[in-house]
Design a protein around this ligand. Structure first.
Ligand SMILES: *Cc1c(COP(=O)(O)O)cnc(C)c1O
Length: 347
């Protein structure tokens, strides 16, 4: 606390990112990074980049990448927005769409950054409990609101909702923005992007950090009706006109050009997830059904925090959240088969 701080920041409780340790050779299963490198074309594009160009500002709209993403998702470039990681895209969306008098509806257990943005921006949030199986029940979201946000698959549970159920919600809730955070959608869930043409209040966010192995580059996207994208542009251009640097634009574009590599690495992670789930279930763990690149697990006789600490002593990092209701769970990122074999052995 300092007398120099503005009053509004004194009460902030910032998001705590998972640890990024300085020591090497840890088995790092704590921040949902991809265990495989980005597509080979990304390395080539970065090596080939003419650095003399860096003296210029990048394209403020990252038009080249926007066009590639629009084509990939059968959208127009006017339906695509880009930002410095999806965390930034989400923050801009909260500013653009959720500052209303009515409360923003979100799951009680979900990506914890959402409530941090609410704090920062003075948005009243109504946090709706998951059901007994840790699922989002969208029936509970049929109430007056200033917006709705959830992750699909949800984090940190990994559980996905079917597209048809989200479409029902959109039919019942036409007056406010419904933001679906699809950070993990490529690991086995259904994207709602095809619904964008029919529901002008649907905004979908994606990231290059998880399935595209580019967490270090900070690239996120939003897809939605041109009016929503326009709203995001207005906020972006009141804040930071150049969120994507030239290298990020090149890397993301190259990544999109190698669909075979993308599908292969996603499939490998999903296969490893299923083996790991079976092995841990065999050891008495309860593993929630995951459509993401992580699993959320609990053991009836072992304290989760102690397990986390014991794994840490064995150089294996996993994530533990102290929030009541989920404090007996560990969130374990899916690594390579070899990494998961080490985890299973130590457990
Ligand atoms: C990782 C994650 C993000 C953030 O992704 P970045 O693009 O790295 O900022 C957003 N939402 C959820 C649910 C995530 O897990």
């Amino acid at each position: 606390m300092s007398k120099f701080w503005s009053p509004a920041i004194r009460s902030l409780v910032p998001y705590t990112p998972g640890e990024q340790p300085k020591v090497l050779n840890l088995v790092k299963l704590n921040t949902n990074e991809n265990p495989y490198p980005p597509a080979p074309g990304v390395t080539e594009a970065l090596h080939a980049f003419p650095t003399e160009r860096l003296r210029l500002y990048p394209d403020p709209d990252a038009g080249k990448l926007k066009n590639v993403l629009a084509r990939h998702h059968n959208l127009n470039a006017e339906e695509v927005f880009l930002g410095n990681g999806s965390d930034e895209v989400l923050a801009l969306a909260f500013m653009a769409f959720f500052r209303h008098d009515k409360p923003l509806l979100m799951p009680e257990t979900t990506y914890s950054f959402y409530e941090v943005y609410c704090d920062l921006l003075n948005i009243d949030a109504r946090r709706i409990p998951l059901d007994a199986e840790f699922r989002i029940n969208l029936d509970d979201y049929q109430q007056d609101n200033g917006g709705i946000i959830f992750a699909n698959p949800n984090a940190p549970t990994g559980i996905a909702l079917p597209l048809a159920r989200i479409e029902q919600l959109l039919q019942q809730n036409p007056e406010t923005v419904v933001l679906v955070d699809e950070a993990y959608v490529d690991f086995g869930a259904e994207s709602v992007i095809p619904l964008i043409k029919r529901y002008p209040n649907l905004l979908v966010t994606h990231t290059f950090s998880k399935a595209r192995s580019l967490a270090g580059m900070r690239i996120g996207a939003a897809y939605g009706h041109p009016d929503l994208i326009d709203g995001l542009q207005r906020v972006k251009n009141s804040f930071n006109s150049y969120p994507l640097d030239m290298l990020a634009i090149e890397a993301a574009t190259a990544s999109m050009q190698d669909d075979a590599y993308f599908r292969e690495t996603c499939k490998r992670i999903m296969d490893t997830r299923e083996h790991t789930t079976a092995a841990l279930t065999g050891k008495g763990f309860k593993v929630l059904p995951s459509a993401a690149n992580f699993i959320f697990v609990t053991h009836p006789e072992r304290d989760a925090r102690e397990l986390m600490q014991q794994l840490r002593n064995e150089n294996i990092l996993v994530r533990h959240f102290t929030r009541p209701g989920i404090d007996q769970f560990l969130r374990i990122t899916i690594g390579t088969d070899a990494e998961m074999a080490q985890l299973i052995e130590k457990l």
